[in-house]
Design a protein around this ligand. Structure first.
Ligand code: ADP
Ligand code: MG
Length: 274
């Protein structure tokens, strides 16, 4: 275990606030590694999620089209797992099931020691709010809001008005820390239309972390980005995983991206390939 608990306020490198527009503008990689301090990496020795015998079909008229046909897998705690498969192989379906956004036809999904696929919708929502950070190919930022406000949205939604007001100062501080960590400390008041694709995705990553989740589920997070922005997003995910002691699960169809993970699971014909 690391000495940095996910819920603790983070120590931010004071240098990162000094002159955000200087070298950071020219060299995002430098900026990211500068803003995210290295922390001891938790050794992945236990599984945080496990899946057994997962089946999922979609109905097309009267015909059921099987997508997942008995998926078994384990996700190592603190690891970076890539799930790779061709387009249409069921990667998004699987990730949505892991994130309790959809229900399997049969099979079981465990988070830590708790079965989660059969929890009530309310319990699943609670779990998603507390433990899961979700990132998608499209960023789903609200265009009228600033970067900082977008990152705060999950807290506004979860807390309700009065509790949010009470905690607003702490949330704001944490949101700024997260935006600094993803290299956007100098973009707090920008609107999404003023950001690059990579910056929008990094805003979405900061938003996914505002509730201090323990596991990040990312569905083709670089799928809409050019290679340079994609590389920055990958670098951000890798650095955040270490710093925040996150477990990262990323689905992708891209071999080169998957190779950056420390474990790759191949989804072929609806099952995990040996
Ligand atoms: P991937 O993410 O690997 O590209 P998906 O999980 O999105 O694959 O989809 C797997 C298959 O399931 C595809 O053939 C897709 O058309 C089908 N599918 C996905 N979602 C639905 C849905 N809501 N209704 C019907 N078919 C769907
Ligand atoms: Mg998909």
């Amino acid at each position: 275990m690391s000495d940095v608990a996910p819920s603790n306020p983070l120590r931010i490198d004071p240098e990162s606030k000094a002159d955000p527009m200087s070298t950071a503008e020219l060299n995002p990689s430098k900026r990211l590694s500068k803003n995210i301090k290295s922390a001891p990496l938790r050794i992945a020795d236990t599984s945080v999620m496990s899946v057994s015998g997962l089946f999922k079909s979609y109905g097309k008229g009267t015909v059921q089209v099987p997508v997942l046909k008995g998926v078994d897998l384990e996700i190592e705690e603190g690891g970076f797992t890539a799930i790779i498969g061709q387009s249409g192989s069921g990667k998004s379906t699987l990730l949505h099931l892991l994130g309790t956004l959809d229900a399997p036809d049969s099979g079981e999904i465990y988070f830590r020691d708790q079965r989660i696929d059969n929890l009530s919708p309310r319990q699943q929502e609670h779990l998603r709010n507390r433990e899961f950070g979700l990132i998608f190919q499209f960023y789903h930022l609200l265009p009228e809001l600033t970067t900082l406000e977008n990152v705060l949205i999950p807290r506004m939604v979860q807390d309700g008005f009065f509790r949010y007001l009470k905690n607003k100062r702490a949330y704001r501080k944490r949101a700024i820390e997260l935006l600094e960590m993803v290299g956007l400390g100098h973009r707090l008041t920008h609107k999404p239309s003023q950001l690059s694709g990579g910056e929008m995705q990094r805003t979405a990553i900061a938003r996914s972390l505002i509730s201090d989740p323990s596991i990040l589920l990312a569905d083709e997070p670089t799928g809409n980005l050019d290679s340079e922005n994609g590389a920055e997003v990958m670098e951000t995910l890798t650095a955040l995983r270490k710093h925040e002691n996150l477990t990262v699960v990323m689905v992708t169809h891209d071999d080169q991206l998957a190779a950056q993970a420390d474990r790759v699971i191949h989804l072929v014909n609806g099952v995990v390939a040996a």
